[in-house]
Design a protein around this ligand. Structure first.
Ligand code: ADP
Ligand code: ASP
Ligand code: MG
Length: 242
């Protein structure tokens, strides 16, 4: 049936209930016959908490160590989500960004993805497992882990979808799609059924947090079909199109 990429943001996996909800979405897609790659963010506001811990110790923490620290947030989430998927009866394996074959230019804190070697992911999919990948990270040329910048899990998901030739990249989040304005700030904001890559890019660059600008650029470049939707409600979201 083809590969689908599902991305779960921090609020979607903030606690056991959220992890279970996300795992059910993975298991449902898997039992419908899809090859599933899930990309996960750190739980809740754990990235901020890790940053705070470093700031309590140093005014100027070493960027390499900061990346090791922050990458651990997504690594904890990936293992928990794979455990949750297994608990739903869905065979699953978690992979860090480097283990998943994601290579970057190694600029700590703002690394760019340079290449994806899909060999390991394909091997796991072929074995019938759902693959849970830690978002927001990849390998630096020297073998270190490097992070992609805040909100970077969206970019991990779209880059993986492009490299794998996925039929869709579903960005599961805490709102029902892309709105005309931030629905948390503007109650009159309307949900859009679809939006063009260019309009979405303009919104993302203007600060609409729901999708990272780099992810939109990649989706446009590689014509990746993207849907932004809620992991909480199951209603259809917003589809990105040309
Ligand atoms: P995630 O943890 O899933 O990555 P984010 O917090 O990064 O989620 O992005 C989702 C948030 O983006 C929403 O909770 C919403 O407040 C905000 N947002 C800002 N602008 C928009 C918009 N135009 N449409 C939808 N959400 C928006
Ligand atoms: N956990 C990272 C952040 O909080 C990456 C992400 O959520 O996309 O920025
Ligand atoms: Mg986000």
């Amino acid at each position: 049936m083809g590969i689908i990429v599902q991305k779960f943001g921090g609020t979607s996996v903030a606690d056991a209930k959220g992890l279970r909800r996300a795992a059910k979405l993975i298991a449902a897609a898997h039992s419908a016959g899809n090859e599933v790659v899930a990309v996960v963010s750190a739980q809740g506001n754990s990235t901020d908490e890790l940053l705070k811990k470093a700031a309590e110790i140093s005014f100027d923490p070493c960027k390499r160590e900061l990346d090791s620290l922050l990458a651990s947030g997504e690594q904890a989430a990936m293992a928990l989500l794979a455990i949750a998927a297994e608990a739903q009866g869905c065979p699953a394996v978690s992979l860090s960004g480097p283990a998943a074959g994601i290579f970057t230019d190694g600029h700590y804190g703002e690394a760019e993805i340079t290449q994806i070697d899909t060999g390991r992911i394909m091997k796991e999919l072929y074995a019938g497992r759902a693959v849970v990948v830690a978002g927001f990270q990849g390998a630096a040329p020297n073998g270190d882990v490097a992070t992609l910048g805040r909100g970077g899990s969206d970019t991990s998901a779209v880059a993986l979808a492009a490299a794998l030739g996925a039929k869709i990249c579903k960005i599961y989040t805490d709102v029902e799609g892309v709105y005309t304005a931030d629905p948390r700030l503007d109650p009159s904001a309307k949900k859009l059924d679809s939006i063009s890559y260019d309009e979405m890019l303009a919104m993302a660059k203007a600060g609409a947090q729901v999708l990272h600008p780099r992810a939109v650029e990649l989706a446009k470049k590689h014509k990746v079909p993207v849907e932004v939707l809620s992991s909480f409600t199951g209603t259809p979201g917003t589809v990105l199109m040309q």
